[in-house]
Design a protein around this ligand. Structure first.
Ligand SMILES: *Cc1c(COP(=O)(O)O)cnc(C)c1O
Length: 250
């Protein structure tokens, strides 16, 4: 037994996570079949924000190797805890808003960032990766998804679609960054199916300029089926696996 704080609560948590992870895996497999897609075309990214490193360790025991986090200051200690208990076989995705002054820290632990939405952030991440490399803390490129705001309400994160090309161009040209694709969260009150259809159109357009930017990060607990139908390659699932978050997420 690893990751628990000992006996009964640890066992109960393990059972909870195993059951819910299984259910989400079946849901995702059903969604892929319904969309005529292969199950291995879509990564399941458990979102562990607000949950302890012990939960990440349990999910790792259950076969997960990629995790999503949304706040630098919460993620960094978990990354260190997992490195100590499990070595380097876990990959971390930053999926939340990155403040520019946190870019350097994020570049030390994140393998992928899904939430890049400004030229200034591209620049800050590039410098963060250069520094992390200089310090011997990473060797790989940082995979970057440009987050797009489908309704232009950029306060909720994402670039306006009019700014998508310049930001994607900047990522593609930055040393140490690799343009992975697009990410979006459907606008509040929107129809997820319509929102992801719109996103898929933007992704097709991006692929004409950048054929290797095949990643489409879309779909959460409430809308993963719609996202898979419209070509998602990575669903970010928190609640359905880990349960209700202990505090309200940003
Ligand atoms: C928290 C979060 C998720 C997970 O949401 P659930 O509805 O709990 O599955 C996915 N994407 C982003 C960007 C998030 O911040």
């Amino acid at each position: 037994m690893t990751g628990g704080d000992g006996a009964p609560e640890g066992d109960a948590r393990r059972a909870y996570l195993a059951e819910h992870l299984d259910a989400v895996r079946s849901r995702l497999a059903d969604a892929c079949r319904a969309a005529g897609r292969g199950v291995d075309e879509v990564i399941l990214l458990p979102v562990t924000k607000f949950f302890p490193a012990s939960d990440v360790a349990i999910l790792r025991d259950l076969g997960c190797r990629e995790f999503g986090e949304s706040r630098e200051q919460d993620a960094a200690p978990k990354v260190i805890a997992l490195r100590e208990s499990a070595g380097d076989d876990v990959r971390w995705h930053m999926i939340g808003h990155v403040q520019r002054n946190k870019a350097r820290a994020v570049a030390r632990w994140a393998h992928e960032v899904h939430s890049v939405d400004s030229l200034r952030l591209v620049d800050a991440l590039q410098r963060g990766v250069e520094r992390a490399r200089g310090d011997g803390e990473r060797t790989d490129d940082l995979a970057v998804y440009v987050q797009v705001s489908l309704d232009g309400d950029t306060h909720r994160g994402g670039v306006d679609r009019a700014e998508l090309d310049p930001v994607a161009d900047a990522v593609a040209q930055a040393s140490g960054l690799r343009l992975a694709g697009l990410m979006a969260v459907p606008p509040l009150e929107s129809d997820a199916d319509a929102a992801f259809a719109d996103l898929a159109g933007l992704h097709q357009r991006l692929l004409r300029s950048y054929p290797t930017a095949t990643g489409l990060s879309a779909g959460m607990t409430g809308d993963l089926e719609e996202a898979v139908r419209h070509g998602s390659t990575c669903v970010r699932v928190g609640t359905a696996i880990l349960g209700p978050r202990p505090v309200t997420s940003p």
